[in-house]
Design a protein around this ligand. Structure first.
Ligand SMILES: Cc1ncc(COP(=O)(O)O)c(C=O)c1O
Length: 349
């Protein structure tokens, strides 16, 4: 790997207490290019703008995918990646779906770990603090021919983050007109265009007073899928229900971790289709106790109300919240405060 270091670090000019997510990046990035049917040598270089041809296929056909993961700092100053093998697998799964060549484990992990060693001072201690890592790949070949590219660029950039919506509860709207993903489509991939397609319907929901959308199936908008960049969990009676992953739902790493942690607490978890009707009935019957979202950005985010057909349904305030209990358990693992699930942690020294 080639390494070119920045002359001077920007870290002194960053206000870590008042970070706006996704605006500030560390001093370095990792880049590796694909051409002539193979990936080349990776390089770490100072974070900066770079040249891409206006005809690069990514601009015209959206051939691009990404991952989102976090690096945490433990009390004893270890840097910890949470289940990065899962991000790596999903990265290649997304790539395959978008006809992008897969990347080797070596390029992905060497890039990540070397970058983290160089920019380690950007990983701050404290609950909620993390360095958000964004590996992505895009079709960089200069050609507007509407077919998959022959040249790609893989990069990793990093930005310091606090948790999204810290200590807040959000209000979500159940969507009945627009869809995020369809059967046979690319919903299970972290394809860049999936996110662009959400912006317009989400902006309408925000105007209506919600923060996020609960997406429903694209056939008849009856079964619940996921929300924004979160998978969803519903506590109904004494059960915790989450939709099964499918080709229209992202297989969230936080989701699968929460399922495991909940089962360990002897919570009865059901992975099955949950319909809007079931949600409304359980809410009316007083059986619906909690809804929460899970994802790398938010960890676990409680929902205070949902809107459906211009009516809002409030969630009750409860003392024995499963979302706070599970969030705490998960964060204790991520920050290495608990020695459980050591196989979920990759320590970088
Ligand atoms: C559409 C979507 N659903 C769910 C998630 C949650 O996935 P994870 O827990 O792996 O971050 C994300 C975020 O990556 C997402 O983009």
């Amino acid at each position: 790997m080639k390494i070119v270091l920045a002359n001077k670090s920007k870290i002194g000019s960053v206000d870590f207490e008042n970070l706006e997510f996704g605006k500030i990046f560390t001093d370095h990035l990792f880049v590796c290019k694909y051409s002539n049917n193979s990936w080349g040598e990776g390089t770490i270089m100072p974070y900066d703008d770079f040249l891409v041809s206006p005809s690069a296929r990514v601009f015209h056909y959206g051939q691009a995918i990404f991952e989102g993961m976090k690096c945490y700092r433990s009390d004893d100053d270890s840097l910890i990646l949470f289940r990065p093998d899962e991000n790596f697998k999903r990265f290649n799964k997304s790539s395959s779906r978008m006809a992008i060549p897969e990347i080797s484990e070596n390029i992905f992990f060497d890039g990540l770990t070397e970058l983290l060693k160089i920019d380690k001072d950007w990983v701050k201690k404290g609950d909620g603090n993390a360095l958000y890592l964004r590996p992505f790949v895009f079709a960089s070949e200069a050609s507007i021919n509407a077919s998959e590219a022959n040249e790609y660029t893989f990069m990793i950039i990093c930005c310091p983050a606090k948790s999204y919506y810290a200590n807040q509860k959000i209000k979500v709207k159940i969507e009945e007109k627009y869809s995020r993903a369809a059967k046979g489509g690319v919903g299970y991939a972290k394809a860049a265009g999936n996110y662009a397609a959400q912006f317009y319907p989400t902006s309408i929901a925000i105007e209506e007073g919600y923060q996020q959308i609960i997406w429903t199936d694209s056939n008849n908008h009856k079964s619940i899928e996921e929300a924004g960049t979160m998978n969803l969990f519903f506590r109904i009676g004494d059960k915790l229900i989450t939709s099964p992953t499918s080709d229209s739902i992202l297989d969230g790493i936080t989701r699968k971790s929460i399922i495991e942690l909940a089962k360990k607490e002897n919570i009865d978890v059901e992975e099955r289709i949950i319909t809007v009707d079931e949600l409304l009935e359980s809410s009316k019957a007083g059986e619906l106790k909690e809804i929460f979202g899970t994802g790398t950005a938010v960890v676990v985010l409680p929902i205070k109300a949902f809107g459906y057909q211009n009516k809002d349904y409030d969630l009750p305030n409860i003392d024995d919240s499963w979302s706070s209990m599970l969030k705490k358990k998960l964060m204790n693992i991520q920050y290495d405060k608990s020695s459980e699930y050591d196989n979920w942690k990759l320590k970088i020294n």
